[in-house]
Design a protein around this ligand. Sequence first.
Ligand code: NAP
Length: 340
Amino acid sequence: MPTTSRHFQLASHGSIFELNRGTRNGLAAQPQQVLIRVGAASLNYRDLLTLQDPASNREGLIPLSDGAGTVVAVGAAVTRWKAGDRVSVNFFPAWQGGGYSPAVLATALGGGQTDGMLSEHVLADAGALVSVPDHLSLAEAATLPCAAVTAWHALFERGQLQPGETVLVQGTGGVALFGLQLAAAHGAKVIVTSSSDAKLARARALGAWKTINYKTQPAWDAAALDITEGRGVDHILELGGPDTYDRSIGAIAPGGRIAQIGVLTGFASRPNILPLQFKNASIHGICVGSVQHFERLTQFLSMHRIRPVVDKTFAFDDAPAAYAHLQSASHFGKVVIDLS
Ligand SMILES: NC(=O)c1ccc[n+]([C@@H]2O[C@H](COP(=O)([O-])OP(=O)(O)OC[C@H]3O[C@@H](n4cnc5c(N)ncnc54)[C@H](OP(=O)(O)O)[C@@H]3O)[C@@H](O)[C@H]2O)c1
């Protein structure tokens, strides 16, 4: 049982939060809880947004939704887990299965009102845990709860992706590369956009069918239509927001599905959706996913031996540098913090 557990927590600093060190003592599992020794955590774009929102009443909150670790103790009522099990915690601990309720939003780890994973030890509800696939390290598994579950939910749970269909992902960050890996493994043809030719070459090596540089080809919707011989793309992971939405609507195929996920270019209002009507196309709003989604994702990862793309791993003490690296947008895939 740990005596002292180190973590980082949010501390307001003018118009932003910064990361302060902290410690906790005497963490003990309640009857339905599990105590986890965190091996690694990972960052998402959302964690940058959290730092930029000091009005959010999150002073002292331990950040980061994503991590993986080893069970060290279980509460008296827990039968499913035991010491030594390797586990992740779902982004929404309270969304374990079935339909979504906005009530789960406040339970979002490390950004809602619930402490997150940038801590050597965490307590979690036993029902919120998912087993780490055997073929993954804890550092790799730490990348799954937000970005991978979101891509899975969008393409497989809501999108009902079929082999041979086309998929377009925007950029080469976490959600986009999971979208690429999952869809390619399912036999879909994936188009990747990026600001960097070097990153696009890496995307092709990962299985991208076609690539478009959205800096040198800003009309990437026209390029996607050309690639698909005028038909359009069956599934688009819409990650950009106001600067990309019109082009996603332009590039979607008849009957296609746009997964509304991201805000990389801001929160401004979305454009005219009327063209969707004349394509019988749809927009699905996607908000991460449930424990059941996460479990089906890990089964798929195990079946296809898919390994997350870890761009760079930082030591626990260098957590602020990990945030700065994500902010630079020079990464390809996921940024990880080692807590082992
Ligand atoms: N709704 C949900 O449940 C949910 C879940 C997860 C994430 N998200 C959102 O999804 C977005 C992606 O998150 P993430 O964690 O995967 O981000 P990330 O890893 O930080 O990815 C950032 C990358 O996005 C690309 N990008 C930036 N601006 C772009 C643009 N205008 N067009 C195309 N690509 C662009 C860049 O790739 P290149 O360097 O290759 O150009 C950049 O490196 C964020 O807005 C995040 O808030 C939402």
